[in-house]
Design a protein around this ligand. Structure first.
Ligand SMILES: Cc1ncc(COP(=O)(O)O)c(C=O)c1O
Length: 371
């Protein structure tokens, strides 16, 4: 049979719910002309990673890794006062978010998340045939009542990122507790804390304690953000033993590499690097937002953020698209998210001080010129 005789009917047909998925769009690092740009589009740590982690990379063996990441899980558990048996590792927290949906939802079931939530939730729901149900936001923030209002007997999983990406919004402990209390016991609440380490300790939302105390809460965390190990793909999750067992059944058998395990273990031990990163982010974010606040008369509105990025709305003459292009011309790539229903916004990862100053100044110039 020649190629031309193979009709589409004879070719393998993907499942319709897989065909409905829009593939994840990562933050770019190059301009249209292929020029490398300073990348503030993927919420990476501008300080890099811990020197201890870099040193550990060279020592990692090239054989199969420990399939259970035992030493790393024990270190994570010790750091957070958890039982190691209640910690499961993932190839990035992405893997764990997908496994949570796959383990608990299937065709006909419903998976709820908030509008402007992390884009992987939609993919995670659809790839197991479940129906994504999107709750309205409250001025770009997570609205607990809106989430609870959508719960039906078909609801199996609720995803909440706290802080949320791309909005940066944050629910305080009372709201997280209220959300959990309003959910039926057979609905899995996934609390995605990819940016959890950026939150000041006194503002902790209580997610880890909730996961320890209840049978229907899973908390996910990552080494990609504050630890600066995005390239190694290391995430972890904690929840009740039954949930951890479910994820262990379906995760990749050697899902965290030797280098990943070694680097994460070393990074976890370098508390000084993590704290320096948090303080740098807190201070630079405040400085950047204060500068943008002076551009309010030009329609620029930075949303409150507890994460390592700020979402800025462009509600005046300067559009988000024009600002995106103008910044690329000046050597910076940030995140424009029309595909997520945010054509009016840009997300800026908090970078080095001089870069944030240059960007704020460029936005002022462009906003004034657009008047
Ligand atoms: C809210 C949120 N959750 C999870 C992730 C996934 O991160 P990773 O798979 O690198 O752990 C990201 C990455 O951008 C994120 O923003």
């Amino acid at each position: 049979m020649t190629d031309s005789q193979i009709t589409s009917k004879q070719a393998p047909q993907p499942k319709p719910w897989i065909e409905a998925i829009h593939a994840y769009v990562p933050g770019k690092s190059k301009g249209k002309d292929g020029r490398p740009l300073i990348k503030l589009s993927a919420n990476e740590n501008p300080l890099g990673t811990s020197e201890d982690a870099l040193a550990a990379r060279a020592q990692a063996p090239a054989l199969y890794p420990d399939p259970d990441s035992t030493a790393l899980r024990e270190a994570i558990a010790a750091k957070h006062g958890l039982a190691a048996a209640r910690v499961v590792m993932g190839t990035g927290s992405d893997e764990l978010l997908n496994l949570a949906a796959q383990g608990y939802a299937g065709p006909g079931d419903e998976v709820i998340y908030v509008r402007y939530g992390f884009s992987v939730y939609d993919i995670a729901a659809r790839r197991c045939g479940a129906v994504p149900v999107v709750a309205p936001d409250a001025d770009y923030g997570t609205d607990v009542d809106a989430l609870l209002a959508l719960v039906t007997e078909r609801t199996r999983v609720v995803f909440v990122a706290n802080p949320n990406n791309p909005t940066g919004s944050y629910l305080p402990r009372g709201e997280i507790t209220r959300l959990h209390a309003g959910l039926p016991a057979d609905v899995l609440l996934v609390l995605d804390q990819a940016y959890g380490e950026y939150v000041a300790p006194e503002d902790d939302d209580g997610s880890l304690a909730l996961a320890e105390a209840h049978d229907n809460v899973l908390v996910t965390r990552t080494f990609s953000k504050i630890f600066g190990l995005a390239g190694e793909r290391i995430g972890w999750a904690t929840g009740a033993p039954g949930i951890v067992a479910t994820l262990n059944r379906i995760r990749g058998p050697f899902n965290v590499s030797n280098t990943g395990q070694a680097m994460a273990l070393a990074a976890l031990g370098d508390a000084a690097f993590v704290e320096a990163s948090r303080i740098h982010n807190r201070d630079e974010r405040a400085r950047f937002v204060a500068k943008l606040d002076t551009l309010g008369n030009h329609g620029l509105r930075p949303l409150p953020s507890q994460a390592n990025f700020v979402l800025v709305l462009f509600e005046g003459a300067l559009t988000a698209e024009a600002a995106f292009e103008g910044l690329a011309d000046r050597g910076y790539i940030v995140r424009w998210l029309p595909g997520q229903g945010l054509p009016q916004a840009l997300r800026f990862t908090i970078g080095k001080p001089q870069d944030m100053d240059t960007i704020a100044e460029a936005l002022r110039e462009m906003a004034e010129a657009a008047q």
